[in-house]
Write a protein of this length. Structure first.
Length: 244
């Protein structure tokens, strides 16, 4: 393919087009295994003017492993409204901003959607630098049908809203995919045992990491398999369609 030759991680790559000024780049970063970062992501992080990071300390460690440093600004759920106008002005001034989250693709159950929408509304350029995503990693290796799926992210914490969201999701055709904390996985399995005891489930945790683990079965089976386990790391839960 064109422009594939002479790509290296540390040196400049004159054969490749430069990053475009005034562009917000949404850069996917590893969800666990550092080998999953793309050459394009590395080049974007290296050549941008500033990196907007969900956690500047974590992104700083990533850059350290990649062998370079860049100016970092924090951008997370608690300051995104305040940061929005600053980032928009920086883009209007021609700066190149790379936005990253702690892991995975910005905006997918992570900060990024708000500034992306604001940049588009302001007539600015937004470009995705795709790569790792727990959603795609889990779905592709789940063994469940992938022709139609519905992603609902994290369930609400409050019981009433949680049950309402989960009940509506179970009525969706295709596979339902959601994220859950290890501290609430037992609660979720018990909820599914009540609402959909015959549905087949796939649970994936610590994806791409050393202790990656998969659980498959009906809610009651997974309750039994996990009840004596100390489960760490965020889970991706996939709920098969009814009758599968």
């Amino acid at each position: 393919m064109k422009n594939e030759e002479n790509i290296s991680l540390g040196a400049s790559t004159p054969n490749l087009p430069p990053l475009q000024k005034g562009t917000l780049y949404l850069v996917a970063t590893p969800i666990g295994n550092m080998e999953d970062i793309t050459l394009r992501a590395i080049r974007t992080l290296r050549d941008c003017d500033i990196i907007a990071a969900e956690d500047t300390r974590r992104t700083g460690l990533l850059l350290q492993r990649l062998g370079f440093q860049k100016p970092l600004l924090s951008y997370h759920n608690f300051n995104e409204a305040r940061r929005e106008s600053e980032f928009i002005q920086r883009l209007k001034d021609g700066q190149i901003i790379a936005l990253v989250t702690d892991a995975g693709s910005p905006g997918i159950s992570d900060p990024g959607q708000r500034i992306t929408a604001a940049a588009i509304k302001a007539g600015l350029r937004v470009e995705s630098v795709p790569g790792p995503s727990a959603l795609v990693a889990a779905l592709s290796a789940s063994g469940l049908p992938t022709d139609e799926f519905h992603f609902i992210g994290f369930l609400p914490h409050k019981s009433g809203q949680r049950q309402k969201t989960l009940t509506a999701a179970l009525d969706c055709p295709g596979v339902v995919v959601l994220y859950e904390s290890p501290y609430r996985i037992s609660k979720l399995l018990n909820e599914l045992q009540t609402l959909a005891p015959e549905r087949s489930l796939v649970l994936a945790r610590e994806l791409t990491k050393k202790f990656e683990e998969w659980f498959r079965g009906k809610p009651a089976e997974l309750i039994e398999k996990t009840k004596t386990r100390s489960l760490k790391g965020e889970f991706v839960i996939l709920i098969a369609p009814s009758g599968l």
